[in-house]
Structure formats: C-alpha cells, structure tokens
Ligand binder design. Structure first.
Ligand code: SF4
Ligand code: SF4
Length: 215
C-alpha cells in the first residue's frame, strides 16, 4: 500500500459584498475569509491583517496571484486594521471565479485536502526565478552541476522548462532536487490561490488531453 502523503490546509473562503453590507464583509474577514467589495467605480479586496501589520500567508498570496503590488491598511471605520487592495477591471473575472468556486462554502474558511506528491501542478508551466542564495546553496551542497545551462534559462535567472512545460527537475510529480530546491519553490504555499489555480489548470489540461482524439 502506498503511504498517504495528503495533508489538510485551512484556507480562506472568498465572498462578495455590496458596500452597504460592509459590516458583514468585515465579520467574514475577521473570521479568516477574504471579501470582494463591489464598490463603484472600483471593486476592492478586503483581507485580514494582524496588529503588527502582517497579513496571513494565504492573504498575501492572494495579492500575488492577482499581481497586485499596492495595498493599504484601513485606518478608520469598521474595517479598521484590515488590508484593502483595488481590483482593476481586467482582474474582475479572476475574483469572480474565486467567488463562484466558494459559493458552496458555508463558513469563512474551509479545509482542503492536498497531496503534493500526487499533484506537482505548480512545477509545470511555471517561472521559477533564481537568486544568489539559490546558487550559494548549490555551491555549498556540491551541486554546481545545477548551474549548468541545460537546467537554466533567461540568462541563468530561471529554471528551464522541458518542451511539455515540466520543470527540468520534475520527476513524475516529485522534485528531483527537493533538498536544494530554490527559495521560490520553498515559499510556494499549498492551498494558496496560486496553488488552487495551478491545480485547476492541470486538471483542465488533463481533461482536454483525455478528450483529444487519438492520433
Ligand atoms: S499545486 Fe499545490 S498541491 Fe499541487 S504540488 Fe503545488 S503546492 Fe502541492
Ligand atoms: S525545482 Fe523542484 S519544486 Fe521547484 S519547480 Fe522544479 S520540480 Fe518543482
């Protein structure tokens, strides 16, 4: 029997609110959820934040998934202390997808069971940027072979992808250099919007392949 490698992650549920129901949105966010406020003219994301100004990891990664670099701490009113970030019109379809996905959820957070060993979705069609710490780690571990051009691209600033989109170090669904993998791979949080997106994309591709007529 194959040992189970699955684990549970509690993740925020995304809900949308009209500005008139801000109090409900705030309650949802303070309970660990993420809220989309459909204000006019701009929608915005309302996210949790602790007293030191630090956001939970999955909230920070929701911003990263949207590539939102600007966010502010709400200074007054019922949402005081929470983080808000403007959602541009072009990004609305992404948060609408999150809201639709979570419309079945009853609470502000939900538990998702994941198994990275059976998945590997974030190791495909990605853009793993390397920095000097990664090269230092490889040197220290005696793995200077990983600096060879066959494993790198973009002037040695990224890991190479194979023609099928797999990371050059992916073996099945597992990382072939797990102990010395780059910092960006270490930082990627399971259960984040980026993780869920990668899994959805991988599933859609697998379904399309299954439907494609055999050649
Ligand atoms: S996409 Fe998520 S579940 Fe899949 S391997 Fe990456 S972190 Fe794990
Ligand atoms: S180095 Fe390993 S963890 Fe990082 S993308 Fe490649 S296979 Fe995945």
């Amino acid at each position: 029997m194959t040992p189970s490698t699955s684990f549970d992650v509690r993740r925020p549920v995304v809900r949308s609110y009209l500005p008139a129901y801000l109090a409900n949105a705030v309650k949802h966010v303070r309970a660990g959820g993420h809220a989309v406020i459909r204000a006019t003219p701009s929608w915005y994301l309302l996210l949790p934040c602790d007293d030191d100004g630090d956001m939970p990891e999955l909230a920070a990664w929701a911003l990263l998934d949207l590539q939102l670099t600007k966010s502010t701490r709400v200074r007054a009113g019922e949402a005081k202390g929470l983080v808000r970030a403007r959602i541009t019109r072009e990004l609305r379809y992404i948060v609408e997808g999150w809201i639709e996905r979570d419309s079945v959820e009853k609470k502000s957070t939900t538990v998702v069971t994941l198994d990275c060993v059976a998945c590997g979705a974030c190791c495909r069609d990605n853009d793993v940027l390397l920095d000097k710490d990664d090269f230092a780690r490889w040197r220290e571990a005696g793995r200077t072979d990983l600096m060879d051009g066959q494993f790198l691209r973009a002037r040695k600033r990224k890991l190479k992808l194979l023609p099928n989109g797999d990371c050059v170090h992916l073996c099945g669904n597992m990382c072939g250099i797990y102990e010395v993998r780059p910092d960006n791979c270490r930082a990627f949080p399971a259960g984040s919007e980026c993780c869920l997106f990668a899994r959805d994309e991988a599933r859609e591709k697998a379904e399309a392949r299954a439907k494609a007529p055999a050649v």
